[in-house]
Design a binder for this molecule. Structure first.
Ligand code: DAH
Length: 339
């Protein structure tokens, strides 16, 4: 039995020395130390030994077992190390290669200008009002003094969801929604998306943005409208900016006007930006029609107000000298990164 144990030890030394990888070492472990392994087989024969021989052989068997175990464990560690080194070699990183910079985005030009506009009106004590883009015909037209057969509807053709529900063509319905909810003094702007069934070209888009304004209080006059919008124009385009009011017609204001600012490029002399006019139209506005106040639940005998509306795209295009509105929606990073 002693000889057998010596043989097993010798075989194990040889097999471990020749092992190329962890699988082969595992095989050696099973062969010698496993439940059905050679060492176990020998230990099973211990019963046949004399009581004197038994402890001697037992000790020897244990020594051989411990020896083989250490042998295999050490060999496994060595192979693991080699495998790790090989893997590291394969996965080497060239730390001298320049990294890819993270590009940081920024605000879209529409948001840049909208935020400026908001800031200016916040400074004058205005709040923001928001409302639905899918709107009732009632708020979008009817309550604004634009009945079913009114010609103003032709210029604001839109997308109907049902006979009475549509994508709002203007932010003006917010006037009614705010008046229904709030009592004067009212001082809000309502920026948002609006929709019209226009074909896309350099100056038209079926989706664009407007900013509505509404002020209602006792004793509000056209002078307040002018002062407010002059302050706005000077802050947006510079101290030297002038405004001018031209008579116009909107069904929901009376009197109504269009508001021009002196050209911020040429200062009013006339240039390609203002098409030689010296003035650029940026707003529509007027005194809120008494019928509209009444519809909004406000007594026109006690209160008066002014309202205005402007197109955000127009402001942005003039501000950044963009000649094609489509550029604002294509989201081409080469274009957007300029602002
Ligand atoms: N909603 C009008 C439009 O889309 C613009 C406008 C004009 C708004 C006069 C107003 C206003 O509040 O008083 O053409």
């Amino acid at each position: 039995m002693k000889q057998q144990l010596e043989n097993i030890k010798a075989q194990a030394i040889e097999m471990v020395a020749e092992a190329q990888d962890r699988a082969e070492l595992d095989a050696a472990r099973v062969k010698f130390l496993g439940k059905k392994g050679e060492l176990t087989a020998i230990l099973k024969q211990m019963g046949k030994l004399t009581p004197e021989e038994r402890p001697v052989m037992g000790q020897l068997a244990n020594e051989v077992r411990a020896y083989i175990e250490t042998l295999i464990t050490e060999a496994t560690e060595k192979i693991k190390k080699i495998e790790m080194e090989k893997a590291l070699e394969k996965e080497t990183i060239d730390v001298t290669i320049p990294g890819k910079p993270n590009t940081i985005g920024h605000k879209h030009p529409l948001s840049i200008v909208l935020d400026e506009v908001k800031d200016i009106f916040f400074g004058m004590g205005f709040n923001i009002a928001t409302g639905p883009e899918v709107e009732w015909d009632y708020y979008n037209f009817e309550a604004l003094n634009i009945p079913k057969d009114h010609p103003a509807r032709d210029t604001q053709d839109t997308f109907y969801i049902t006979e009475n529900m549509l994508l709002r063509t203007q932010t003006s319905p917010m006037q009614i929604r705010v008046m229904e909810k709030e009592q004067p003094p009212i001082r809000i702007i309502a920026p948002g998306r609006v929709f019209r069934s226009d074909a896309v070209d350099a100056t038209h888009s079926p989706l664009f943005h407007q900013i509505e304004g509404l002020v209602v209080d006792k004793g509000i006059t056209m002078g307040d409208l002018k002062g407010c919008l002059e302050t706005f124009a000077k802050q947006l385009y510079g101290e030297n900016t002038k405004i001018r009011l031209r008579p116009h017609h909107f069904p929901f204001t009376e009197p109504s006007c269009e508001i021009d600012v002196s050209c911020f490029r040429c200062g009013g002399k006339g240039c390609p930006m203002c098409k030689g006019e010296g003035w650029i139209e940026i707003l529509g506005g007027g005194m809120v029609h008494p019928k509209v106040l009444k519809t909004g639940g406000i007594d026109p005998e006690v209160y008066s107000g002014f309202a205005f509306g402007m197109g955000l795209e127009r402001l942005v295009m003039f501000r950044f000298n963009i000649d094609d509105m489509r550029l604002l929606y294509e989201n081409d990073v080469r274009f957007l990164s300029q602002f």
